[in-house]
Ligand binder design. Structure first.
Ligand SMILES: Nc1nc2c(c(=O)[nH]1)N[C@H]1C(S)=C(S)[C@@H](COP(=O)(O)O)O[C@H]1N2
Ligand SMILES: [Mo]
Length: 341
């Protein structure tokens, strides 16, 4: 994603090259906001559920926290992570850092919708944020009744203001944009609303001139975080490690190539391997001091495999902005320096 001209329309990226394990510390969670971070008084904040429901309800934050909550570990990734023009980003943070993974605590949205009595005519919901842009996204009712959380906690503490305090949606496995922060309104509706962020943005121009729209699911993706761009390696033992994730399910396999994609070796997958979460992979290796190219390729339990850059471009062309899950390559030069290949 290009640097933005306005400070209120900003982003910050997780330093994945320094990560260990699968959880992102909250202070290092990536941030993406379209109209800055609103200062919200939790005592004054309300969540309205209305539209095609039998009983419209206004919840306070206290009301929400009284309901049965669950905690789940899920990754969140902006579909604009790894923009096509910046595929060769020089560091893991630069090319893949709009992805993070947290333990989220919240109330299943299905409980709130059941409280309100969603009518059979309601096929979609519209979720709206309380920030200046009033971020709005439409989501199918099936997903809303499945695993979406109205989250109030992250990694053992309250959500941080940048992550949507006091309430946000967490939509597991789907593009980060639909996890509406500073959530203030949910309307049950009979069709998608075609809001700005699901028409002008978050659509991809295909080679035939048509645009893909409502591309919710984040596909299988992985990156070697160590060694990665900006780091340097000494000859001898070197553990290759990184992160893999898929919005379709659980990571089943990560393969590593140390010869530019000619041959592949299975990496060990560290437990826990959770649905729609980061999975840490590791491979013991010995660097012999010659120039090499490292790549990782993952597959999930639905059979979805991370594509090469050429295979992705063959299907999607070069005019997409979103959903680049291509294999990322790093080069180790003879002097040990690691750069994007
Ligand atoms: N209300 C609101 N919700 C929002 C946004 C926003 O600007 N306003 N940004 C979206 C985008 S584009 C992404 S990728 C995620 C980022 O969540 P994070 O900042 O907690 O990482 O929030 C989404 N929810
Ligand atoms: Mo995003």
């Amino acid at each position: 994603m290009p640097e933005t001209r306005f400070p209120e329309e900003s982003q910050s990226r997780t330093p994945l090259q320094d990560s260990c394990g699968i959880l992102t510390p909250s202070a290092l969670h990536y941030e993406r906001h379209h109209s800055g971070v609103p200062a919200i008084d939790p005592a004054a904040h309300r969540l309205l559920i209305h539209g095609l429901v039998d009983r419209p309800i206004i919840f306070t934050v206290e009301d929400i926290r009284r309901l049965p909550s669950i905690s789940r570990i899920y990754f969140l990734e902006c579909s604009g992570n790894t923009v096509w023009a910046d595929h060769a980003g020089p560091t893991a943070q630069r090319s893949h850092g709009l992805a993070s993974c947290s333990e989220w605590t919240g109330v299943p949205l299905s409980i709130l919708l059941s409280e309100a009595g969603v009518q059979p005519r309601a096929r979609w919901i519209l979720a709206e944020g309380a920030d200046a842009c009033k971020m709005q996204r439409s989501l199918p009712i099936e997903k809303a009744m499945d695993d979406i959380l109205v989250a109030w906690g992250q990694n053992g503490e309250a959500l941080r203001p940048e992550q949507g305090y006091p309430l946000r949606l967490v939509v597991p496995g789907w593009e980060g944009n639909v996890s509406v922060k500073w959530l203030r309104r949910i309307e049950a509706v009979d069709q998608p609303y075609m809001t700005r962020d699901e028409t002008a943005r978050y659509t991809d121009l295909m080679p035939d001139g048509k645009a893909r729209i409502f591309t919710f699911v984040m596909d299988a993706k992985s990156i070697i975080t160590c060694p990665s761009g900006g780091q340097s390696v000494k000859p001898g033992f070197c553990e290759i490690t990184g992160l893999a994730w898929s919005g379709r399910g659980r990571i089943e396999r990560v393969e590593i190539s140390v010869d530019g994609g000619k041959t592949w070796i299975d990496a060990a997958l560290q437990e826990p391997r959770l649905d729609k979460s980061f999975t840490r992979f590791r491979l013991p290796w010995k660097w012999d001091g010659s120039e090499v190219e490292l790549q990782s390729r993952c597959a999930d339990n639905t059979g979805s495999v991370q594509p090469s850059w050429d295979a992705l471009v063959a299907v999607r062309g070069v005019h997409s902005d979103y959903h680049n899950n291509a294999i990322k390559a790093w080069k180790i030069s003879a002097d040990g320096r690691v750069t994007s290949a």
